[in-house]
Design a binder for this molecule. Sequence first.
Ligand SMILES: [Zn+2]
Ligand SMILES: [Zn+2]
Length: 124
Amino acid sequence: MTKNHRLVLEVVRERGCGTHLSMNEVHAFARERQPRIGFTTVYRALARLRDEKLISEIRLPGAEAAYFEPAGPSHAHFRCSSCGSVSDVAYALPPGATDDIARRDGVDIRDIHLSFHGTCRDCR
Ligand SMILES: [Zn+2]
Ligand SMILES: [Zn+2]
């Protein structure tokens, strides 16, 4: 892993679970530590770290950009349709649900992204 990749991983990990950083935010935090790090470098590092399953890339309907968070226990996300805030939702599919779907539909499920959409507490 290159120095820049490690820096990007640290930036995402330091913010911790429950924070969902855009690529711009990751770039801004990385630049505080390494002022010359370019956007393209951050972009490539995030793609690589995602492929290595060290971080998760979250894409939510209605959100223009992807969010990044440290890889961790699987959870769902809630996105407020008014202010666009994103938060974690402690929800997991019932045990065996994925296997049932895979068997019934003859598919191979590698990844699950669950998201809920509505109005957050502050906007209500
Ligand atoms: Zn809101
Ligand atoms: Zn999350």
